[in-house]
Structure formats: structure tokens, C-alpha cells
Write a protein that binds this ligand. Structure first.
Ligand code: ZN
Length: 250
């Protein structure tokens, strides 16, 4: 039961939680002597007729590098209030009618399930990866700075003078020299350009456009980041490229 949303290392399961005036129920229900009962956990049950409303709940599980996954729970802020008559019902406004025997089966109602999914997506799922988004954007920012060093290195190796490079960059020859000379002579940059060029040769000798080389440089660095800083394979790079492509559907 419930609805799932999974990313690389997290999984989310949504369900609709019945609530009482003084406590919350679970998704379990049963019949006892003709009365529908809502589970409270363990062996405790309570008549479904005492349910006063519902909230959308998500059980979130985050895989970690260490031993066990971390679990947390998200609960929607607004309570869906149970109303006593179908004529008072307004699902969009959070007013739901349910008979005493139907209070526990709410998620089988398609309109209610759709409303719950909409709340879950807009208030929770859409935001769950925001930490990853920040980290990835910062990494992309740093990768873009390194891509400049790579391009300047290639320019120097292709015989460009500092005056020619300065002209492209909109600065004087001494300005370009003092900004990049020392940077591009560091082993970190020269080794990286060698790695990249080796990968470009491995791409079946394809001639990459300037834009593709800049993209490859950034994506390579992001792939290395998810590879614990180790040199990524072509497969790793292609996987990262696919991740950065906007999703066409959910
Ligand atoms: Zn979740």
C-alpha cells in the first residue's frame, strides 16, 4: 500500500494517516463485531467512527555509506477535516466526508488519493533533493572555473600567446599571464587536461566541438565527485550526463 518515490539513494512512501482528537492512527484496519476499527499500533484498535481527520504522511528512507539507512517521517501541516455529510464535502478545501465504515479506506477513493499525491509532491517530494541540488550547483560552479583553466591550457598547448588569449578573454597580455600562467602550470591542472584528452581519444576519436569539450570538462569533474574523487570511467561520465539532463516525464 502507499505510493512510492525513489531517487538514487532515498525512497519515500506516502500514505494517508487517520487522526483522532487525541492521537493518531496507522494505515491498518480491521472489523470487530461489525465495527470498523483503526489500528493504533501494536494490538490497539479504535472505532473508525472516532476519526476526526487525516493527514498526508511520508516515510522517508535515506541510504548512507555507513551501516544502516536513516529514516525520517514527513507529515503534512494541514489536517483534512472529516465532515458529517456528503454535501459538505470539498476535497480541494480539505473537507472530506466518510461514513464510519469508510474512514479507514480513504486512500481507495481516487479523488482523495490524487489530492494527497498533489500535496505530497508540492510540499515534500519537490523539495527533498534540495540539499543535493545545492551541493551539485556548487560543484558545477567550481567545475566551471576549472573548465576555464583547461581551455587556457589547451590554448597554450596549441601555441596561443598570452596576447591572443588575453584578446579572447578581454584583457591585456600581462593580465592574462598573471591570472592563468601559474594556475595552468600546476600538476593538478596539467594532469587533469591529460586525463580529459585521454578520455576524448577513447571516444572513438570523435572530434568534439568547443562547447562539448567545456561540457565534458565539467561533467567529468562532477562524475569524479560522485566517484569519491577517483578518475571516472566513460560510463561514469555518461551516467552523470544523463543525470544532468532534464527529466521529460516523472
Ligand atoms: Zn519522504
Amino acid at each position: 500500500m502507499g505510493w512510492m518515490h525513489s531517487t538514487d539513494d532515498t525512497s519515500h512512501e506516502m500514505w494517508i494517516r487517520p487522526e483522532f482528537v487525541d492521537g493518531v492512527g496507522t494505515s491498518a484496519s480491521t472489523m470487530r463485531e461489525g465495527v470498523t476499527m483503526v489500528g493504533l499500533g501494536g494490538d490497539s484498535w479504535r472505532p473508525a467512527g472516532e476519526v476526526v481527520g487525516w493527514r498526508v504522511v511520508c516515510d522517508c528512507e535515506h541510504e548512507t555509506q555507513t551501516i544502516s539507512p536513516t529514516r525520517s517521517q514527513w507529515v503534512s501541516t494541514d489536517l483534512w477535516v472529516r465532515v458529517p455529510s456528503p454535501s459538505l464535502e470539498d476535497v480541494a478545501a480539505g473537507r472530506i466526508f466518510a461514513g464510519d465504515d469508510a474512514t479507514s479506506d480513504l486512500e481507495f477513493r481516487e479523488d482523495v488519493a490524487d489530492a494527497a499525491k498533489a500535496i505530497w509532491r508540492s510540499q515534500h517530494i519537490r523539495l527533498v533533493d534540495v540539499d543535493e541540488e545545492i551541493a551539485l550547483a556548487l560543484a558545477a560552479h567550481r567545475a566551471a572555473a576549472v573548465a576555464i583553466d583547461v581551455a587556457i591550457t589547451r590554448g597554450r598547448r596549441a601555441g596561443r600567446t598570452w596576447e591572443q588569449i588575453g584578446r579572447v578573454a578581454g584583457m591585456s597580455a600581462p593580465g592574462a599571464n598573471s591570472r592563468w600562467k601559474e594556475r595552468i602550470e600546476s600538476p593538478a591542472v596539467t594532469d587533469f587536461v591529460d586525463d580529459l584528452d585521454a578520455m576524448i581519444s577513447d571516444l572513438d576519436g570523435r572530434v568534439l566541438t568547443a562547447a562539448e569539450r567545456v561540457g565534458l570538462s565539467s561533467i567529468y569533474q562532477l562524475a569524479a565527485r560522485t566517484n569519491d574523487g577517483h578518475r571516472p570511467s566513460i560510463a561514469d561520465v555518461l551516467t552523470m550526463a544523463a543525470r544532468l539532463r532534464p527529466a521529460t516525464s516523472e
